[in-house]
Design a protein around this ligand. Structure first.
Ligand SMILES: NC(=O)c1ccc[n+]([C@@H]2O[C@H](COP(=O)([O-])OP(=O)(O)OC[C@H]3O[C@@H](n4cnc5c(N)ncnc54)[C@H](OP(=O)(O)O)[C@@H]3O)[C@@H](O)[C@H]2O)c1
Length: 343
């Protein structure tokens, strides 16, 4: 295949959604050990919004190409690549270099795609062959593009929480991470309680398998409703995407329960009573997406069970800024996707 010399990239020239513009960039040549991926689809994460709002990585050099999650085809390989062949459909991993176990601090802070490393909202991306995975064959490119952060974070949280059949899992909201956590918890044989600001979204979460839905806007003391819904016992695992609600999550837990602290959509700070952690022997664990080995294990589960990610909407690359605005509006249910290969 003859590759073009230049490609389209959606570049942010300032910390503002309005600054996102299509520009022309040279197509990178894969170096030794690298693959060149023709990106077909990408998806957005809350992180991408937070970076553009300068609320996360505030000293990131401009301009930059956002977004971490993509799916594409291997169109060129550098010397010494044995892991992939031309035509393979792959997803680059978010934390480059994190293959198994725990990452180093350098990987976590300097080697993440979509800032500080150049992101996937461009036609071609070169990554080390070791830093991409083969993707489940039954999924569309758009569906695959939802996996690298949102799905893997949900998977890691449940794995860190030792999810078992019969457990009860609390998921907060109906965004990307929460809906994957709902789906994986059901696969694991758990009961799921879902929170949302919208009754209509709760009905959709129930159609996906949620056993109980609680509107956190009309029931601000939702921890009481969670305890009631579990006969007073509490939940085993909380997938904490809201952050500032940690005190309520603690009050929702069963003895010996687990909170995976994933996100901060309700704010970065929480005040918690230590007695609620000590006495009931609670585990609280920060979550940072996951390793390549976990990504591959997750993909096996997704393929075995024919699991389909929930896509809210798809925007063409040229309208990428609208995709960010849509995510910021909070109207979405599941993932917002960008069709990179389309017109
Ligand atoms: N640590 C990690 O590895 C990791 C990985 C991925 C994401 N995250 C973080 O996790 C969070 C969620 O990410 P995402 O990509 O899934 O976001 P998202 O798709 O934008 O979803 C956010 C959802 O949060 C819900 N929400 C808002 N305020 C809430 C509140 N006060 N209580 C409960 N739910 C609330 C809303 O659901 P409703 O509309 O249904 O109310 C909204 O749709 C973000 O903070 C993100 O940065 C962290």
């Amino acid at each position: 295949m003859t590759l073009p010399a230049t490609m389209r990239a959606l570049e942010a020239s300032a910390f503002a959604i309005d600054s996102l513009k299509l520009v022309e960039r040279p197509v990178p040549a894969p170096r030794r050990g690298e693959i060149l991926v023709r990106i077909r689809a990408a998806s957005l994460n809350y992180r991408d919004l937070a970076i553009l709002a300068q609320a996360y990585l505030p000293t990131l050099p401009l301009p930059y190409v956002p977004a971490s999650d993509g799916c594409g085809e291997v169109v060129a390989v550098g010397d010494e690549v044995t892991r992939f062949r031309l035509g393979d459909r792959v997803a680059p991993i978010y934390t480059q270099g994190w293959h198994d176990g725990k990452p180093t601090i350098e990987m976590r802070t300097k080697r993440t795609l979509g800032a500080p490393l150049s992101g996937v909202l461009q036609d071609y991306v070169a990554v080390p062959a070791e830093d991409a995975v083969i993707v489940p064959g039954h999924l569309t490119d758009a569906e695959v593009a939802t996996l690298p952060i949102a799905a893997l974070t949900a998977w890691s949280t449940l794995e860190e929480g030792d999810v078992k059949p019969g457990d009860t899992v609390l998921v907060q909201g109906t965004g990307g991470v929460a809906l994957f956590a709902l789906q994986f918890a059901k696969l694991a044989g758990a009961r799921v309680i879902a929170l949302s600001s919208s009754d209509e979204k709760l009905a959709r979460a129930k159609a996906l398998g949620a056993d109980v839905g609680i509107n956190y806007r009309t029931t601000p003391d939702w921890q009481v409703a969670v305890k009631e819904a579990t006969g007073g016992r509490g939940v085993d695992i909380v997938v904490e995407t809201a952050g500032a609600t940690l005190d309520k999550s603690l009050a929702s837990l069963a003895f010996g329960g687990f909170i995976g602290v994933v996100g901060f959509v309700a704010g970065y700070e929480a005040k918690i009573p230590l007695r609620a952690v000590l006495g009931p022997m609670i585990r609280i664990q920060g979550i940072a997406v996951g390793s390549r080995a976990r990504f591959e294990a997750m993909n096996r589960a997704i393929a075995l069970h024919g699991l389909k990610p929930v896509i809210d909407s798809t925007f063409p690359l040229a309208r990428g800024a609208d995709a960010f605005r849509h995510l910021a509006s909070g109207q979405h249910f599941g993932k917002v996707v960008i069709d990179v290969a389309g017109a």
